[in-house]
Design a protein around this ligand. Structure first.
Ligand code: SAH
Length: 506
């Protein structure tokens, strides 16, 4: 049996990048992960595939008996000899009941380790552009629970000392009691003009900030039905946000963007969109699989030295070509004197990871660009290997053949339809949480229509901005009756991201 251990890990306030290096490495070695509502669920991707993932949270906070059950579960899993990661929002020891969980482990004589996290009060303040202390403004900060009912008369909070004793006061769980909290602070001597900020879902793309004063913030929050989870910051430092705001005023802040690429290709694009502040939804409309039959490609690989050019027009083509090369117990050296053309910089980069530097990358990153460049070099009588996707356009094969080349174009990979569109994506489209849908190839457009149904898709995309990576993808959109609003000048993900950001900042 393994040695059991429990890691009490602070997941940070929401942005998955804010977990600690230690926290990530503990997750990576876990057998069981018990996670909370406020811990960003994307962090679960760090758990190994065999790990059991258990949701242990409850919206609005667990009450006593449930906390007891959670403690029992942690102890029980550890007693099975498992490495248990207890993943909690923010920091485990700041209003997180981590202390109680630790006590249960001490009682059961189970070893544990505490991994601190960025607590919401600190994370949300930073992402709202509010320094909690500032030499010219205040020298102290207090973290307080806003959960207890302040007008019960038996408050454990010394409101008088709190109101005047700490420059900045940060309330957790304070939204429901905001009226009483602000009234109490004013009643005990804090100026009604003191600035206040409410930060909801701080550090996440959907972060919302509402500012006001002790006198009017409760009314403002009621008016817009401001909901938890939120941090309330009281103090003059709140005024600094006006000049230090940086996160929620980026070009795509508050915008939902749908990425429709295949699973293994979406992360790069999603990352670029997130950097600009977008809330990314991923809906893969393509699954890439190996073909059932690869003897044609294998045959070509066996005679690779007789080819003059190898043309690769996507990252998928590169990876599947090299898969077959490896399956034939060969490596990059088999390419020998054969020259290699890559359709664009991403394909060239994929080739470089196999130790091959492309001899040709056209300036126009499309099939036509490859054909033009080769035409200029002269390819009459040359032998060309073009491993392609099963849905590739015929351009390369027919045009190069017309120029006198001998072209072998075996299928290296197949684009298939995934099982369906995840229900949460359909719901986000229905509720208009998605403001922009991106298509990065004609297949993504056609597959989306096939998965959702043409009429329903047109209905779901009413009023939604459509971005297409290039003219061919745009034409596929228009064929379906979709208007295309964004088309980048160059057909790269970076340019597409810039074009989307530009569209939304106008
Ligand atoms: N241990 C956690 C706090 C748990 S108490 C931590 O250290 O952050 C739960 C409260 O934390 C919520 O009611 C809310 O006030 C606050 N909170 C947690 N995550 C938040 C976020 N991303 N944005 C704003 N408030 C958050």
């Amino acid at each position: 049996m393994n040695k059991p251990i429990v890691y009490l890990i602070g997941a940070g306030p929401g942005d998955p990048g804010l977990i600690t290096v230690r926290g990530k490495s503990c997750l990576e070695r876990s057998d069981v992960v018990l996670y909370d509502y406020l811990a960003n669920h994307r962090l679960l991707e760090y758990a190994p595939p065999h790990a059991e993932l258990i949701y242990a949270g409850k919206v609005g906070g667990a009450h006593n008996r449930e906390q007891g059950q959670i403690n029992e579960l942690i102890v029980a899993k550890a007693r099975e000899g498992k490495v248990v990661a207890r993943l909690k929002g923010g920091d485990p020891f700041v209003f997180g009941r981590g202390g109680e969980e630790c006590e249960a482990l001490v009682e059961a004589s189970i070893p544990f380790e505490i991994v601190p996290g960025v607590t919401a009060g600190i994370g949300a303040a930073a992402y709202a552009g509010i320094p909690l202390t500032h030499r010219d403004v205040t020298t102290s900060v207090a973290f307080v629970t806003g959960h207890e009912h302040p007008d019960k008369g038996n408050s454990e909070i010394d409101w008088e000392k709190l109101s005047l004793g700490s420059g900045t006061v940060v309330f957790y769980m304070g939204v429901r009691n905001l009226t009483q909290i602000t009234a109490n602070l004013i009643h005990h001597g804090r100026s009604p003009e003191t600035p206040v900020a409410l930060i909801r879902w701080g550090t996440r793309p959907e972060q919302e900030v509402l500012t006001g004063t002790l006198a009017d913030i409760a009314g403002k929050a009621r008016k817009v039905s401001f909901k938890p989870p939120a941090i309330t910051i009281v103090g003059e430092v709140v005024n600094l946000r006006e000049s230090l705001r940086w996160f929620d005023n980026r070009p795509l802040s508050g915008k939902g963007i749908l990425v429709t690429r295949s699973v293994d290709q979406s992360s790069e694009f999603s990352g670029l969109l997130r950097e600009k502040g977008g809330t990314v939804f991923e809906c893969p409309t393509i699954s890439i699989i190996s073909p059932l039959e690869s003897s044609e490609l294998d045959g070509a690989i066996a005679t690779l030295s007789s080819f003059d050019w190898l043309i690769l027009t996507s990252v998928n083509a590169v990876s599947h070509f090299f898969q077959r090369l490896t399956a034939s117990t060969l490596d990059s050296r088999a390419i020998g004197r054969c020259k290699v053309a890559a359709v664009g910089p991403k394909t060239a980069e994929a080739l470089r990871s196999h130790g091959i530097i492309a001899d040709l990358v056209p300036t126009d990153y499309k099939a036509e660009g490859v054909v033009d460049a080769l035409r200029r070099l002269g390819i009459d009588g040359k032998k060309i290997l073009y491993p392609r996707g099963d849905r590739a356009r015929e351009t390369i094969r027919t045009e190069l053949t017309a120029l006198g080349a001998e072209v072998a174009a075996p299928v290296a990979y197949c684009n298939v339809l995934p099982a369906g569109v995840p229900p949460e994506i359909l719901e986000a489209l229905e509720k208009k949480l998605i403001h922009c849908v991106t298509f990065t190839s004609s297949s993504t457009v056609r597959n989306m229509a096939e998965l959702v149904g043409e009429n329903r898709l047109l209905h779901l995309l009413e009023g939604v901005i459509i971005a297409a990576i290039g003219p061919i993808t745009a034409a596929s959109c228009r064929d379906l009756g979709l208007e295309v609003h964004i088309e980048p000048k160059k057909y790269t993900l970076e340019m597409m991201t810039d074009a989307i950001a530009h569209h939304f900042s106008d």
